[in-house]
Design a protein around this ligand. Structure first.
Ligand SMILES: [Cu+2]
Length: 466
């Protein structure tokens, strides 16, 4: 059930009402309760909706309100939570940190009024066109699990951190203040084929990284505070830089002292660090070769401005392929097949592309040469052939980050690039068709997961055919 509850995001701020989820008024929380399901074991919700839970583990997903045109407001109000699909047969041999050493970090930026209520601008950027719409919501306060800049006490041992960026529009480029590495074992709903160790992680809205962090690597023997920092400009990648004392900070980890100097207390027993970072993940994670025949589509991301003058023009709306949600479906894949989509970003910002139903992964990112000339032509003709895409898609190849080479729910689409993604309209772990009729009405959607974009109107129908 959902209800309104007063929540104090920070000790220096008054409580504010947010929507909370839970099984009763007394136990409802923001974020709502984490749902832990089992791979292949269906979950029925009030006999109306049944979720078959056939995502390939690790199955880090999340659930949230999806009211058409209102998602940005609903999620700001609190209607979101984590969802785990467990698969013990697959996961037990990995011997990953579990129980209190397996933490969800649901990160979301928020802006607050002085009375503690969550601030959302209610005047449109161009009120003559739309009375409320703003291109992106950004808050200076970074919250984790419903608390502003929280602290987490940790032992000197390995932890599993399932990190979700639940922000409306903010990208997060996170790293530890002492350089402690993240070993990525999974992203979104799937393990990687092999863990990847990185010093920073770039998370778009709705993106999830599942990492192992080994706090036993902290060299200072005293109790130590390590900060988790964010350096992603907003909008990403060329917007405002973060402020070191506000949105540049995410949270802190208080690492317990290994021993205490100059006292009579015995050296504590070293923390049990017998969990592992698995050497291999799942064999189906990475697309290694494309099938010889695949349906190919071109997906073009546009930002429509009020004027062409960059000094005075304001964002009016964002469209995919120049079409609205209400326009007839153009993406009509056959259920059970795999497709190759070339996603062309003609806007200045990175967009997190999200498909309902299907999982997908980037296989190539190719820079556009003379992108402005191509964009001018596309704004006029909306046709990759007339506008000579093949003569523009000849720039630098940017490698797909190793930690993103797995089946994803969200893929970051950089500006002035053609990002080619393999889209599986089937189960990716066994190549089987879906265990339900994916062609049944009303069908699905795909959209940008910047919620303000999704609401206006970077969203299109996705209709599967038998
Ligand atoms: Cu977008």
């Amino acid at each position: 059930m959902g209800c309104l509850r007063m929540q104090q995001f920070h000790r220096d701020m008054p409580p504010t009402p947010v929507f909370v989820y839970g099984q009763s008024l007394q136990t409802a929380t923001f974020p709502g309760p984490t749902i832990v399901a089992r791979q292949g074991v269906p979950l029925a919700v009030e006999t109306t909706y049944t979720y078959p839970n056939v995502q390939p583990a690790a199955g880090n997903i999340w659930y949230h309100d999806h009211a058409l045109g209102l998602t940005r407001a609903s999620l700001l109000a609190g209607l979101l939570a984590a969802y785990i699909v467990e698969w013990p047969e697959l996961e037990m041999p990995f011997n990953l940190p579990s129980g209190e050493f397996d933490l969800h970090l649901v990160i979301a930026d928020r802006q607050f009024n002085t009375d503690g209520t969550i601030y959302m601008n209610s005047t449109g950027v161009e009120p003559k066109i739309h009375p409320q719409w703003q291109p992106e919501y950004f808050g200076e306060v970074i919250t984790v699990n419903g608390k502003a800049w929280p602290f987490q006490a940790v032992q000197r041992r390995r932890y599993r951190l399932r990190i979700l960026n639940a922000s409306n529009a903010r990208y997060l480029n996170i790293r530890f203040s002492n350089g402690l590495p993240f070993t990525v074992i999974a992203s979104d709903a799937t393990y990687l084929s092999r863990p990847v160790t990185v010093s920073n992680l770039l998370l778009s809205p709705a993106e999830i990284f599942d990492v192992i962090v080994d706090f036993s690597l902290v060299v200072n023997p005293n109790a130590t505070d390590i900060e988790l920092l964010n350096s992603a400009p907003y909008p990403f990648p060329t917007g405002t830089p973060t402020n070191d004392s506000l949105d540049g900070k995410v949270m802190a980890f208080n690492v317990s002292a290994k021993w205490q100097l100059n006292d009579d207390i015995n050296t504590p027993t070293p923390a049990d660090n017998s969990t592992t970072v698995p050497e291999i993940g799942v064999p189906f994670a990475k697309v290694t070769a494309l099938p010889p025949t695949m349906k190919t589509r071109y997906i073009v991301l546009y930002e429509n401005m009020t004027t062409n003058d960059p000094n005075t023009g304001k964002t009016m709306n964002l469209y995919i392929n120049g079409l609205r949600l209400e326009d007839p479906p153009t993406e009509t894949p056959i259920s059970g097949t795999t497709e190759l989509w070339h996603v062309i970003n003609l806007t200045p910002d990175n967009h997190p592309l999200h498909l309902h139903l299907a999982e997908f992964q980037a296989v190539q990112m190719l820079q556009l040469v003379d992108p402005d000339m191509f964009k001018t032509c596309m704004l006029q003709h909306n046709d990759t052939v007339i506008c000579n895409l093949s003569q523009h898609a000849v720039g630098a190849l940017q490698p797909v980050p190793e930690e993103e080479k797995t089946w994803k729910n969200v893929v970051k689409i950089p500006p002035a690039y053609v990002t080619s993604v393999v889209v599986a309209f089937r189960l990716v772990h066994n190549n089987m068709p879906y265990p339900f009729d994916a062609t049944a009405a009303p069908g699905y959607v795909y959209h940008c997961h910047i919620l303000d974009h999704e609401d206006n109107a970077m969203i299109r129908p996705l209709t599967l055919l038998p």
